[in-house]
Design a protein around this ligand. Sequence first.
Ligand code: 5AD
Ligand code: SF4
Length: 524
Amino acid sequence: MNEEQRKQQAQINQDQSVDRKSSQDKPLSEKTSEDFAHYFQSTYEPPNINKARKRYREEVEVHYDFEIPEDMRSIGEGRKFLIQTYGCQMNEHDTEIMAGILTNMGYEATMTPDDADIVLLNTCAIRENAENRVFGEIGHLKSLKRERPDLIIGVCGCMSQQESVVNRIMEKHQHVDLIFGTHNIHRLPNLVKEAMFSKAQVVEVWSKEGDIIENLPKVRHGKIKAWVNIMYGCDKFCTYCIVPMTRGKERSRRPEDIIQEVRHLAAEGYKEITLLGQNVNANGKDFEDIDYTLANLMDDMRKIDIPRVRFTTSHPRDFDDELINVLAKGGNLLDHIHLPVQSGSSHILRKMNRKYTREDYLELVRKIKAAIPNVTLTTDIIVGFPNETDEQFEETMTLMEEVGFEAAYTFIYSPREGTPAAAQKDDIPMDVKKERLQRLNKLVNDQSAESMESYLGKTVKVLVEGTSKKDDTVLAGYTEKNKVVNFKGPKDIIGEIVDVKITETRTWSLNGELVEETAEVTEV
Ligand code: 5AD
Ligand code: SF4
């Protein structure tokens, strides 16, 4: 896009934001593409960090009137859908919403592309290998489309928010019928209809972040654990991360809507909820009318009769004392905190724009451990950030030990087009990065195994989720600290929280025996 086009684009956005007011009164289901034109960008812009940083605080509207338009409520009858999900829990949860919408349009779920009438790829843009896998899958689907031209193939999620990806699909993968972005999910009924009747590729990717749409239908994955969005987007702008561009600015859901959703889930018998957001600690910071933060929300969660409440993902910078104090009250707030550190070097942290130093992070950990003595900490780490020296990597290794993380998701830095870090020259060879990752993973494994050993002979509370993937006669579930436990027991305790005595420990899982009294108690 050249400068002139950019100016024109800016003009269109501004002009159309005036129209917006006139369409505000319409129910969501009656709105047409025109009402949303101010969101729609027909000329794609590459993710632009400077522009994204300047996104102004336009008030976020919350819509409560989502409805599937009447003429689309049975459009899927006799037809099936398949959604393949890549990436984080946020994407998994978006898939639950899309499944909810499609089910409400009459579609039925299937596990195999061969009987699907719609295949959606809900994609992740966070690292290059995630993208490569999606392009591989798009390629595989080509022969299916040739055999069954009526099949609708759609690409959605974070990748479709990127200009380069959309262009590549438009140029090289004409068998894809539909491309839509993360802010367009509630438009799925209209998009499917358009894809059914249009000869051309249907592309709808709003560059401006959407409003918050409540009351979207959901088909949840299981009846035991549920995800609940508490906020969308991210304004942190870590220099390696594409998320602020693909998911838009931070928008918090209203507390009353979150609380109502969690209460419903509790009433339906769910045992565990995970509050979701890219940076959950920013929850409430965008409210102008109320003073309400994640600490208040967690305190409200304690009052709901649901046994387990988790939240992810936290940013250390926003993790405040009030939140620590509330978490220390315990109850259904679990003493496991996932707190991505990314690097142990203050220098690299500054280059990553993480807005804290190694010392700040350690001080936060000290405060958390003082308030919650039994806390388990897990983290995310990136190795091989551009020009990371051996010494700087060693600082990550020592931090890993100093904090005593019991698990860590570790990644080799992957340059993402449009992010500031991707523009940096990088002198560190891939071999060196791989070697560092191996060393780090060994340490992560050792620390995990060590933490597991401390469970030997102890009794833990396990939320039984189902049977083990490897052996149908073995039950499997998670402890409060998110450790997998395998044990033998009757299938009717699936969905219950039971006591299990640990008899054997592995690096990433525990084996145990059901403590019989609990089974009797839960049967009453
Ligand atoms: N390269 C490697 N890892 C990344 N992450 C985010 N962006 C990148 C990238 N460009 C990691 C971070 C984050 C996790 C979800 O993914 O560790 O916490
Ligand atoms: Fe990305 Fe997380 Fe940083 Fe936000 S806080 S920019 S989602 S790594």
